[in-house]
Design a protein around this ligand. Structure first.
Ligand code: AMP
Length: 213
């Protein structure tokens, strides 16, 4: 089973992705996490993509697709959960050459809620788990990840001006994927209200996938 998690930044894709991947035994592929690790490790790819990420813009499609191809080659014969990918129609078309998508879960959230959530989000620099100092989940120890003990930081692209640019980019480049996948997978496309508690959103997604899968 191959699933795409679609939705604006801050909708809870990363949080839900970890839960769904565990439940359905899927390989979780987050292009954002992969790129942040490349930047942290100062690799040539990291150097190339840093300016795009810092400004809230998209990494070029060719680079993204090459990265995805590499990950799929390293973990063949499994189901995948794509989180934050594809983000353009060109990426979706490229992906269709590698794997067949069964379900698209679109998590929806308003712009106001997105800005509120992202400015109070704190992310683990080691395992990329997210916490939220306004709404929870709160870390047990201040600034430390409950799971791996890594430091929790405000992501540099979670500053308000960058969030606004990410939202513009989402509206322009990524939101056309909603209609694209609705047409392509009429009975495999689910829209989920992301404004609820993490557990409620998760239960909704799990019910829909369990029923279909
Ligand atoms: P995310 O963690 O998914 O919010 O991604 C953070 C940033 O990484 C984005 O704002 C983009 O700069 C870059 N990025 C992640 N995934 C993609 C993608 N599929 N296509 C282009 N850029 C991406």
């Amino acid at each position: 089973m191959n699933i795409i998690l679609l939705g604006p930044p801050g909708a809870g894709k990363g949080t839900q992705a970890k839960l769904i991947a565990d439940e359905f035994k899927l390989v979780h592929i987050s292009t954002g996490d992969i790129f942040r690790a490349e930047i942290k490790n100062k690799t040539p790819l990291g150097e190339r993509i840093k300016s795009y990420m810092d400004s809230g813009n998209l990494v070029p499609d060719s680079v993204v697709l090459e990265t995805i191809r590499g990950v799929i080659e390293k973990t063949p014969n499994t189901g995948y959960l794509f989180d934050g990918f594809p983000r353009t129609i060109a990426q979706a078309e490229g992906l269709s050459g590698f794997v067949k998508i069964d379900f698209v879960v679109y998590i929806n959230l308003t712009d106001n809620e997105i800005i509120k959530r992202l400015t109070s989000r704190r992310s683990c620099v080691v395992c990329s788990r997210n916490y939220n100092i306004a709404t929870g989940p709160f870390p047990r120890q201040e600034n430390r990840c409950d799971v791996c003990g890594g430091e929790l930081v405000l992501r540099s692209d979670d500053l308000e001006p960058v969030i606004k640019e990410r939202l513009n980019v989402y509206r322009k480049n990524t939101s056309p994927l909603i209609e694209y996948y609705k047409k392509l997978l009429p009975s495999g496309f689910f829209e989920i209200d992301g404004s609820r508690k993490i557990e409620e959103v998760y239960r909704d997604i799990k019910d829909k996938l369990s029923w279909k899968a």
